[in-house]
Every structure is written in C-alpha cells, then in structure tokens.
Design a protein around this ligand. Structure first.
Ligand code: GUN
Ligand code: ZN
Length: 441
C-alpha cells in the first residue's frame, strides 16, 4: 500500500459531465491488484482516510494538487518533429510536412527514437493515456507499444490506413494493410494495459475496399478502438463531397462502412451536418476536440453548444503536430477560447459558451476516459480505478503563485491553473502508482 497527501480532485467515473469531488487536505491510498497494477483503494478527506488506514506510509505533498493523469484523445506521435510547421491549410500541410516526416518511420530505429522522446514528453506534461496515431508502417506501432509496455502505460495506437491520395513512402497496399492491422491487433490489443486502434487516416486517403475491410475488422473485434478524422476543414469537406457524391455527409461515409460505434473516436468534427449530431449520438462514437490544432491549421471553431444539445460524447486532444502543444492545460485554455467564438469558420454562426474549469478538466480526464469506453479504469481516481495521477504545483511560476493565492473559490483556482499553467506545474507523474518522471527535488 502507498498513500499521498495533497489537495485532491477526482471525478465520478460514469457521469456524463463533471461530477467532481475536491478535498483541500486529502489522502489517496493505493494497493496492487492481482496483476501488480496499483489501484485506488481509498480517496477522500485526510482525517477520515487516515483513520481507516493508520499504518500506510504517507508521502506529504500538501500545497500541490493531486488529480487524475490527463488523457489525450488524439495525438500523432510521428509528428512530434513537425510541431509548428506552417502551411496554408490542412491539405498542403499534409503534403509538405506531414507525409515526408511520417515516411521516416519506416526505419524502426528512427521510430523507436521518436517514440521514446514522445513518451518522455507526454509524461513531462502529465499525460498518462493517449489514443495515439502511428504511421502506415507496422514498425511504428511496434516501437510505440513496446516502449509503452516497458513503462507500464495504458496506451492505445494503430497502424494508419492510407491506400490512395498519398505519396510513396506512406501509401500502403489495401490487402497488406488490412492483414497487418489484424496481425498487430492480435499481437498487442489487451496485452497488459495496451490497446489497438483501427486507424483509417480519413475518408479521402482510403479506398472503398480499405474502409470496408476496416469496418469488417471493427465488427469482428468490437472492443478494439477505431480512430479517424472528420469534417476538419472546409476544403477537405468539399473534397469528400466530390469523392463520395452519394453519401449524405462526410460522417455518413464512415457509417456506411461500419466505422461508427462505441470506442470510435473522430478528430475535429467542426463542419458536421445538422443530422450528423444525432448519428453520432445514436452510434456512440465520440469526437476528439483539438482546439490548438484547429487554430494553428486555421480549421475553425468547434460548436460546443450543438454538441451538448445533441448529447454526444467528447473529450480533448492535442492533435500534435497540427496542435501547438502537448500540454493539457494549454489545450484546456484554448478550448475555452474556441468555445467563446460565435462562428464556426465557414460563415455559419454558432452559440458562444463559457466552459467551466471543472468541465474543461473533465474533458481531459474522466470525460476522455468515457469517450474511450474506459470509464472507471482511468481518468477519475474513484476507488477501484488504476492509480495514474499527476501532482501539480500551483506555485510553479511567480504569476501562477500570485494568481492562485488570490483565488476566491475552487473554480477560480482551477481556472488560474488552466490559464497560466504548463509543464512547469507538473511536479510528478505516477503510472499505476509508480513514479514515471518527476521534477521533484
Ligand atoms: N487529416 C488527415 N490526416 C491528418 C493529420 O495528420 N492531421 C490532421 N490534423 N488532420 C488530418
Ligand atoms: Zn489528427
């Protein structure tokens, strides 16, 4: 058994919104399960939890915030090396920077080097689980998952499917790509804490045969994840309409091929058609909202009010290398500004909303876990869940310390952390109870 004393934030895992609990002076107690993974045994006010566990050694981090490890719902690890590469929009950016960089991951040594740096970086920012994109090369999946396994991480990735409209070096072959997908998912899915995601890049880069094959695998392996992109930019949506003139919408293409279901997570969803919201809700598929990417690539502004009205499942994502930062705090504050916008990006109005700090935090923890079908496993710190957590220092910078000291409420305090915090505030990261990487002195 182990225990940590700090301010504690945790969430009811199965709620469809931020049912949060906070203890200024809290105690978290963990104990290993049969597989050796530390799980939360007790969480709550220090005095009460201590009385029930009087002998467990306690690490004292009073003054810091202990919260669930962040979950990134959509991030491209091979694009770590092209963060901040400017272009006129998504499609030119893919051609000019993304595909040439991804082609380099055919080399397993390079893939391992990038995976190592990427996982270090995720830990530094407090991310303990991510639905991650590899490249079209099976070696890129092997590199990431073998290293995630060595670190004890709950991690998910998949080989990208892209058999058309893609240059040499990243384009795959239809039959081989589907065979590789099945081989990889049989090898990795459910191995320890690892998971596999069937990963069609986006409708324009996949033939009908490839999408059909992906949908067949998704039906045959219902607890495997699916990830793709949908309705990110106006030009992209126009292209999909040309390629699929008989489908009602971009999202409907994925429906036709059996790619909408629980555990399917689609990046962006800015330019969905009105009927798509109900389709998402019916299917149980989720949207990964990636605000820093949407601003960097000039994509537009996600419509939170429409998403909430439809009751769809969503969570937050960095979408690095389209995204500008690995930091969940940066992503949260950018989601706030994107939520405020009263336009979508194509001239259509949307309702501006002020997202509450607990809501933003939930979208990157328990809400994201729910989008992955992992509610109660990670993201909440409720008893029974796996002990993946971060310790954040609200005095990490002079301005953060000054602003947090003047907060009049929990909401104000969390908002200050969201608006002013970054990786400097992440003082420790624990994965299944074990210290992963920390800045502790
Ligand atoms: N659409 C297809 N591929 C990509 C990608 O790598 N990044 C983003 N942001 N959108 C995409
Ligand atoms: Zn993406």
């Amino acid at each position: 058994m182990q225990a940590w004393r700090a301010s504690l934030l945790w969430f009811d895992p199965h709620a469809d919104g931020p049912q949060a609990h906070f203890e200024h002076d809290g105690l978290l107690v963990t104990a290993p399960d049969a597989a050796g993974v530390q799980r939360v045994l007790a969480v709550g006010a220090y005095a009460a939890v201590r009385a029930a566990h009087p002998t467990v050694p306690v690490r004292d981090h009073r003054g810091w915030l202990l919260a669930p490890g962040f979950i990134d719902l959509h991030v491209h690890y091979p694009q770590t090396d092209i963060i901040g590469a400017p272009a006129e929009g998504l499609l030119p950016w893919l051609q000019r920077y993304t595909f040439p960089q991804e082609a380099r991951l055919a080399d397993p040594d390079h893939a391992h080097a990038v995976a190592r740096f990427f996982l270090d970086e995720m830990a530094r920012h407090g991310v303990t689980t991510a639905l991650t994109w590899a490249t079209s090369h099976p070696a890129s999946v092997e590199a990431l998952l073998s290293q995630a396994q060595a670190r004890g991480l709950r991690w998910i990735t998949g080989k990208v499917l892209q058999d058309r409209h893609s240059p040499d070096g990243v384009r795959d072959d239809t039959e081989t790509s589907l065979r590789d997908t099945e081989t990889l998912l049989q090898r990795w899915h459910g191995r320890g804490r690892l998971g596999y995601a069937i990963t069609p890049r986006f409708a324009p880069s996949c033939s009908d045969a490839q999408l059909r094959g992906a949908g067949e695998l998704a039906a045959r392996y219902p607890d495997v994840w699916i990830q793709s992109h949908v309705a990110e930019q106006v030009d992209e949506v126009r292209w999909v309409r040309e390629l699929y003139p008989h489908d009602r919408s971009y999202l409907a293409v994925y429906e036709r091929f059996g790619l909408l279901r629980p555990r399917a997570v689609y990046g962006h969803g800015i330019y969905l058609e009105d009927d798509d919201w109900a389709l998402l809700r019916r299917s149980g598929a989720a949207i990964a909202v990636a605000p820093t990417s949407n601003l960097f690539l000039g994509s537009g502004f996600f419509d939170y009010a429409a998403a909430r009205a439809a009751g769809i499942v969503l969570g937050l994502a960095s979408d690095v290398g389209g995204g500008m930062s690995f930091s969940p705090l940066v992503t949260m504050r950018t989601a706030y500004t994107v939520g405020r916008a009263a336009v979508r990006g194509d001239g259509k109005a949307k309702q501006g909303v002020s997202l509450e700090p607990l809501d933003l935090w939930w979208q990157h923890t328990a809400g994201a876990a729910r989008a992955l079908g992992l509610a109660g496993t990670v993201g909440s710190l409720a008893p029974g869940s796996e002990a993946d957590f971060v310790l954040l220092d609200p005095a990490a910078t002079p301005l953060l310390a000054r602003r947090c000291a003047q907060a009049q409420s929990l909401a104000e305090w969390l908002f200050a952390l969201i608006m002013l915090g970054d990786d400097r505030a992440v003082r420790a990261v624990h994965v299944a109870g074990a210290a992963q990487q920390h800045n502790l002195t």
